[in-house]
Design a protein around this ligand. Structure first.
Ligand SMILES: Cc1cc2nc3c(=O)[nH]c(=O)nc-3n(C[C@H](O)[C@H](O)[C@H](O)COP(=O)(O)OP(=O)(O)OC[C@H]3O[C@@H](n4cnc5c(N)ncnc54)[C@H](O)[C@@H]3O)c2cc1C
Length: 352
């Protein structure tokens, strides 16, 4: 079997890279093992233009957010599903200082934050004493629909092989790669945390980060917004189902769900929420984060038949469509990749 590209991984990165390659009429095969705890299958899918208690605008927000909205609309239309929805974030202030932080940002002309127009509006559902702000626009990506729908589409086109990719069987030559009975001009790794163990890329400064979330049923809670107080409570597509998370652990012995996170999330729900809830699932996984919080996008400096689209960290939903599109333009037309994301910045390290 001969292809232009062999892609490893159909998380959100591999989904968009294969989407753009398909749009360009290129031939490819995706190999993916459908790992149930991959970050793309655990994430809430939030796209948030600001980050942290200091409400710092995220890197490239003005470019990434409109691009993501457009890209998810497009792929959703192709598949006949809803892939994204605008869900602004209602940020419940933990203390009076947070309101001051919001006011300062508003005075500075920040376009993404404002005070809630009716701060009492959420009183039937939540306990809160210091009011709330709103982050707008924010989005949720419906990963739980998008990933299986794109997978089905690839399977119908004979473009997906569901199995474990075995790196020891990969042969890399100057202008092609071969794997079992497959020959391709290039292989692109979109395999998330697995790339850390890949000899081509193991020297990259990955900094894996463990996250956890509960899936809960909360009948009667409006699903128009994401609600935030320490953790985020995010409406999923199914009625009355919410996701609450997530922890950020840099030190961990394993990737299993922890009783400590479950207690933290349930303690919060008990004190914050006025409605009854039921825990349906507790999930955990690794984010493919990087030391300098920027993705890895491009071709290996010594071996241009091998490439990577990875390092999406906490923001795969906004970064993956944009950088998959850039990588496609780079592969097909040698267009430049944003310098902070370009794999070229690690040429020295990868040439060792
Ligand atoms: C709890 C949690 C919450 C998160 N919430 C958000 C959020 O709200 N918004 C946001 O933007 N980001 C969020 N993230 C981060 C986001 O999930 C990641 O940035 C993103 O999913 C990375 O996508 P990826 O496709 O690069 O990698 P992955 O999701 O890891 O995809 C890699 C794919 O490769 C496959 N694979 C791996 N190894 C092999 C192999 N050897 N053979 C075959 N297949 C293989 C896997 O099955 C998987 O399908 C969250 C992460 C976690 C853990």
């Amino acid at each position: 079997m001969q292809f232009d590209y062999l892609l490893i991984g159909q998380g959100i990165s591999g989904t968009f890279l294969s989407y753009y390659l398909q749009k360009e009429g290129k031939s490819f095969l995706v190999i993916d093992n459908n790992f149930k705890d991959s970050p793309s299958r655990i994430a809430a899918g939030i796209i948030n233009p600001v980050t942290g208690r200091r409400l710092v605008t995220v890197w490239m927000a003005d470019e990434l957010l409109p691009f993501a909205w457009q890209a998810y609309q497009e792929i959703g239309n192709k598949l006949g599903i809803s892939a994204i929805a605008q869900k602004n974030i209602i940020d419940f202030f933990p203390n009076p200082f947070m309101r001051e932080g919001y006011k300062k940002k508003i005075e500075e002309g920040d376009q993404y934050v404002r005070l809630c127009s009716d701060e009492k509006q959420f009183e039937p559902f939540f306990n809160y004493e210091f009011g709330c702000g709103e982050v707008k626009p924010a989005y949720t990506v419906h990963l739980e629909s998008l990933l299986p729908a794109w997978r089905k589409h690839l399977q119908q086109n004979n473009q997906l092989l569901q199995e474990d990719f075995d790196l020891s069987l990969l042969l890399v030559e100057k202008e092609s790669v071969s794997y079992k009975n497959i020959i391709a001009e290039r292989i692109i790794f979109c395999d998330g945390p697995s790339s850390m163990a890949n000899p081509w890329f193991s020297l990259l400064p990955f900094a894996p980060n463990k996250g956890e979330a509960l899936v809960v049923e909360i009948p009667g809670l409006p699903a128009e917004n994401i609600y935030k107080r320490t953790l985020s409570l995010v409406p999923m597509q199914q009625n009355d189902i919410f996701w609450i998370g997530s922890a950020y652990h840099w030190d961990f012995d394993n990737t299993d769900p922890t009783p400590a996170f479950r207690k933290e999330a349930e303690d919060l729900l008990k004190s914050w929420l006025k409605l009854p809830y039921k825990v349906l699932e507790h999930r955990s996984g690794l984010r493919p984060a990087t030391l300098e919080r920027r993705p890895f996008v491009g071709l290996h400096p010594l071996q241009p038949a091998v490439g990577i689209l990875n390092g999406m960290g906490t923001k795969g939903c906004s970064l993956a469509p944009f950088f998959a599109s850039q990588l496609t333009a780079h592969l097909l037309r040698k267009q430049p990749i944003t310098a902070e994301a370009d794999l070229n910045r690690f040429s020295k390290i990868l040439s060792r």
